[in-house]
Design a protein around this ligand. Structure first.
Ligand code: FAD
Length: 456
């Protein structure tokens, strides 16, 4: 960026250019397969910097990538040859315990927000890994341990300050807020999120339980039946993977396919202990880590398996259910899984997340009872091909059970049809209208893009 020094004059925060120390670190995102070289990185120190960076990018005709926590699998938090507007330094939080409201800046990670809200026994529903960014996860929807009792993260977004494509700061009106609840980063840069928070923990019953792959059919059937009748407080992720060489697992299963359930009961500890006990009846466990624990500890329990810098290739699909005809597919692809770091998950939806009326937010497919998330992951440098092929084949094999859509936050670089598949038609058209109103030139296009109407 030959004029990068001009941007430096306009920003209170740091501007990192290709010739600077720290450029390689600053351009990196969570997914290690992404290797993009932006013309510059504007690490904003405040809202004025975000405004200045947007205006600068427009004057210099530079593509804009927006970075919150940097976890996006498609790598949309960075770009080639454009300006990265990096919000990672913006980490202020304010919690109003009496009003059960939390205001969060866009550089916060979930663990950081939880640290503040849990001080008051509150939580905003977030994701299942504490290092994921609050910003991107919220704007795409947000599933986690609390979506059944309290709705998706986006459902708990009650206000936002937004820097628009024409370089203004606005308070989101109802229409814009609707789009921010699931429409991603298409309409502007959120500089402040206002969330509803809920009483959670600080101690609750949660953890992991592992079973042998030979018991897959009983466990999956039992999981399905249990979840069909479960209270909203109970949220589970069924995980199929090879067992890590962890001390809590017997050595004979290390590296072997296993079935695991990660479970969180958000109600009183005694109720949770009783509810989780049912998981022990599905089949004899090979490891049982279900116990009362601090919500924050559970929130970071999986972090070690999801560190940055690995190869990653993901695919996702909403499912109509878990019929018995799916069991052979699950068993086959678990047996053939290509990496000890990969997994695939059947995440139970429902509860409060399903009770939000269709069209009330930009998140679609709320009636699907499960979402499939295939997370291939391997050490770098390494050949991506076997993992990508396994992922695609598994996804194809699961298509007969598809509810006809995908979850936008789990999308890789899969093209416009897959972005459309994240929304129903009415929602998609309303998002296009909103995009046309707020970003007619598609300044914010390095994302799961919703294009404006031409001539709009
Ligand atoms: C290890 C891991 C675990 C995950 N777990 C979950 C989970 O439990 N539940 C779930 O729902 N999802 C989960 N995800 C997916 C996650 O929601 C997306 O990857 C999300 O994009 C991450 O947000 P981020 O801020 O970290 O990412 P970034 O890459 O920084 O941002 C992603 C995109 O969001 C937009 N964006 C970011 N900040 C702003 C802003 N302030 N204003 C406007 N647009 C912005 C931009 O388009 C940006 O490109 C997980 C991802 C990973 C890698």
């Amino acid at each position: 960026m030959s004029t990068g020094t001009a941007l430096r004059d306009r920003l209170r925060g740091q501007v990192i250019l290709p010739e600077d120390n720290g450029y390689d670190e600053a351009r990196r995102v969570w997914n290690g397969t992404i290797d993009r070289k932006p013309a510059g990185i504007a690490r904003c120190a405040g809202v004025a910097d975000v405004l200045a960076a947007v205006r600068y990018a427009r004057e210099a005709d530079l593509p804009v990538a927006v970075r919150g926590g940097g976890h996006n699998i498609a790598g949309s938090g960075t770009c080639d040859g454009g300006l990265v507007i990096d919000l990672s330094a913006l980490k202020a939080v304010r919690v109003d315990p009496a009003g059960r409201t939390a205001w969060a800046q866009p550089g916060l990670l979930w663990g950081e927000l939880d640290r503040e809200t849990q001080e008051f026994g509150l939580a905003v529903p977030g994701g299942i890994v504490s290092t994921t960014g609050v910003a991107g996860l919220t704007l795409g929807g947000g599933f986690g341990w609390l979506h059944r009792p309290y709705g998706l993260t986006a459902d708990n977004l009650v206000g936002a300050d937004v820097v628009t494509a024409d370089g203004r700061l606005v308070r989101a009106d109802d229409d814009l807020l609707w789009g921010l609840r699931g429409g991603g980063g298409n309409f502007g840069i959120v500089t402040l999120f206002e969330f509803r928070a809920h009483p959670v923990g600080p101690e609750l019953a949660a953890g992991l339980i592992f079973y042998r792959a030979d018991d897959l059919a009983r466990v999956v059937r039992g999981y399905r039946d249990l979840m069909a009748a479960a209270p909203d407080e109970l949220t589970c992720f069924l995980v199929l993977r090879r067992a890590p060489a962890a001390p809590f697992l017997p050595e004979e299963v290390h590296g072997q396919p296993v079935v695991a359930i990660a479970a969180c009961h958000a109600g009183p500890v005694e109720d949770g202990v009783r509810a989780l006990a049912a998981l022990r009846e599905l089949a004899p466990p090979v490891a049982d880590l279900l116990a009362p624990r601090a919500y924050r500890d559970f929130q970071s329990m999986l972090d070690g398996s999801w560190t940055a810098g690995f190869g990653n290739y993901w695919k996702a699909e909403y499912l109509t259910g878990i019929p018995d005809t799916m069991l052979d597919v699950l068993a086959e692809y678990l047996r053939d899984i290509t990496s000890p770091l990969s997994d695939f998950k059947l995440v139970v939806l429902g509860g409060a997340a399903a009770r939000v009326a269709p069209g009330a937010t930009a998140v679609a497919h709320r009636d699907a009872p499960y979402v499939l998330n295939i997370n291939s992951r391997w050490a770098l440098p390494g050949d991506a091909e076997p993992h990508v092929t396994w992922t695609r084949r598994l996804w194809e094999a699961m298509r007969p059970f598809s509810a006809g859509g995908t979850y936008v936050n789990f999308l890789g670089d899969e093209g416009p049809d897959r972005v459309r598949a994240a929304y129903d038609e009415a929602t998609y058209q309303r998002l296009v209208d909103l995009k046309t109103r707020y970003d007619p030139d598609n300044v914010f296009r390095i994302n799961q893009n919703i294009g404006p109407r031409s001539g709009g």
